[in-house]
Design a binder for this molecule. Structure first.
Ligand SMILES: Nc1nc2c(ncn2[C@@H]2O[C@H](COP(=O)(O)OP(=O)(O)OP(=O)(O)O)[C@@H](O)[C@H]2O)c(=O)[nH]1
Ligand SMILES: [Mg+2]
Length: 202
């Protein structure tokens, strides 16, 4: 068996967050990228872009993160962000059954429209609000298992499991692709960086 080269391997990985408004997408990203949490996080308009680098084993993954807006009026923009993405985190709020139903819709949409090799994670957020829980861990775990998703429960507020989502995704990304083909995915119609119509905040 050939020895693996311990080279400084940097992979770019486009990652998209999808989920109902208020589920905590921006809060998870803010916790991961800046180590912060805002009790009054503003609702995202269009989408916001962040990047963060993570060392996993002998490789470095540079996540290019698109934090989408959960409000229904932005739904039609979503394909622009998930197209060509190597990974997606579908977020719901464990205290909100509707947000869980919405998460399942996103999973369906990605399964139909998305990249078949996409690494998908289902994140049940706000575990600090256990007393208000509406969606059981068992139910969501079973659903994730049936659909080939990686499942985790998080709290952007207390930071429980937040870094873990990104580490787990990084570990699951296909390793073979060199950096010149960033997401290693769909090249058709990929908008040039910075030229998207989305208004980007923060
Ligand atoms: N208690 C608690 N509150 C949270 C948590 N994560 C987010 N919140 C709060 O929930 C509200 C919504 O969070 P956001 O991060 O803005 O949600 P979002 O999914 O980005 O919402 P849109 O941008 O509208 O799609 C904010 O007031 C956050 O402070 C959490 O883990 N625990
Ligand atoms: Mg947001």
């Amino acid at each position: 068996m050939a020895a693996t080269t311990i080279a400084h391997n940097t992979h770019n990985a486009k990652l998209v967050l999808l989920g109902d408004m208020g589920a905590g997408k921006s809060s998870l990203v803010l916790r991961f990228v800046k180590g912060q949490f805002h009790e009054f996080q503003e609702s995202t308009i269009g989408a916001a872009f962040f990047s963060q680098t993570l060392a996993v084993n002998d490789a470095t993954v540079k996540f290019e993160i698109w934090d989408t807006a959960g409000q229904e009026r932005y739904h039609s923009l979503a394909p622009m962000y998930y197209r060509g993405a190597a990974a997606a985190i579908i977020v719901y709020d464990i205290t909100n059954a509707e947000s869980y139903a919405r998460a399942k819709k996103w999973v369906q949409e990605l399964q139909k429209q998305g990249n078949p090799n996409m690494v998908m994670a289902l994140a049940g957020n706000k575990t600090d609000l256990e007393d208000k829980r509406k969606v059981t861990t068992e139910e969501a775990r079973a659903y994730a298992g049936e659909n080939g998703l990686f499942f985790i429960e998080t709290s952007a507020k207390t930071s429980v499991n937040v870094n873990d989502i990104f580490y787990e995704i990084a570990k699951r990304l296909p390793r073979a692709q060199p950096a010149q083909n960033p997401a290693g995915m769909v090249l058709v119609d990929r908008p040039a960086e910075g030229s998207q119509a989305a208004s980007c905040c923060s």
